[in-house]
Design a protein around this ligand. Structure first.
Ligand code: SAM
Length: 299
């Protein structure tokens, strides 16, 4: 279970979720008709090896990411989510924003993958050991960022706004923010602190994009947690890593503070992109139904 000051590397606790979503992106890239291709995702999975590489080679047909009821939908979900936030960053860049803040960057490769305009700085915030792994793998492959990239090794429950300023972020200029795959790993109080930090540093004309989600019903969460704990140490964990809390729907929180924030249910977005939406009785169905992608601009 989580604690207030826990930390992790790329293969443990919350760090392993970055590897899980990167591996899902790598599986999307193997399809004949990918929604998005992240060529760096596979490098990360292969650098860790074991099941993370085996699943890409078809050697682990029973892996969570390969099941029809969960894995296939989860890969579609990651592809759709990546596409949503890639499109968002293109709009922000076209609007003239040159400061990008990737909160909980994990193995997000947008600083290497997207065609940033000259003069763009991408700030990546995450735990020190996660950033260290990412740096090592990218350096081994000779990867070159397409913008100026600055790493900020920090816990997002601590004073990250100060760390961001110390790294050269200028609150007087507009910025574009992303919180993708992050909120569920923070208690409600830290989510509120995160939103407040963003709002405090965002000049007029700044952009925001958030992956938001309604918490699971308390009984369902308790049951899922108990199942996971009963399955023992070797089982893949997820419910033990999340807080199942929400400070407020992100569109409402930012909408009340001078931002235009539009929510798009993930199910609607999957449908728009021509990917199937799982029904409620399918393993991945309830998770996908709870998620909303939100983006907006500060007036
Ligand atoms: N945003 C990336 C993406 O979508 O590929 C990574 C998402 S991954 C599911 C969750 C990430 O959140 C991990 O990289 C983890 O280290 C980071 N994270 C969660 N809580 C954090 C905290 N309190 N401080 C810093 N990073 C945190």
């Amino acid at each position: 279970m989580r604690s207030d000051d826990d930390s992790w590397d790329i293969t443990t606790s919350v760090g392993s979720t970055a590897l899980f979503v990167a591996t899902a992106r790598a599986l999307e890239a193997q399809k004949p008709d990918p929604l998005v291709v992240d060529p760096y995702a596979e490098m990360f999975s292969r650098a860790v090896g074991g099941d993370w590489a085996g699943v890409l080679d078809g050697d682990r047909p029973d892996h969570d990411l390969k099941t029809a009821e969960f894995g296939a939908h989860f890969v579609n979900f990651q592809a759709a989510r990546t596409r949503y936030f890639d499109d968002y960053f293109r709009r922000a860049a076209e609007a003239g924003v040159r400061q990008v803040v990737i909160l909980a960057a994990g193995l997000d490769s947008r600083a290497y993958r997207l065609p940033w305009p000259d003069g763009t700085t991408v700030f990546e915030l995450d735990q020190p050991q996660v950033l260290e792994f990412k740096r090592r793998v990218l350096a081994e492959h000779g990867a070159q960022p397409t913008a100026e990239r600055r790493e900020i090794a920090v816990d997002l429950r601590d004073d990250w706004p100060q760390a961001l300023r110390d790294a050269g972020f200028d609150p007087a200029r507009p910025s574009a923010w992303i919180a993708e795959g992050l909120l569920i790993y923070l208690p409600a109080s830290a989510q509120e602190q995160l939103f407040t930090g963003i709002d405090g540093l965002a000049a007029a004309g700044s952009h925001i994009a958030v992956e938001d989600g309604a918490p699971m019903p308390a009984d369902d969460y308790a049951a899922a947690l108990a199942d996971e704990q009963a399955a023992g140490d070797d089982a893949r964990i997820f419910h033990q890593l999340i807080y199942n809390q929400r400070c407020a729907p992100a569109d409402e929180w930012f909408g009340a503070r001078g931002w235009t924030a539009t929510p798009t249910p993930l199910a609607t977005w999957l449908d728009t992109l021509g990917r199937p939406v799982p029904s409620a009785d399918v393993d991945a169905g309830p998770m996908i139904a709870r998620i909303t992608l939100v983006s907006g601009v500060k007036r």
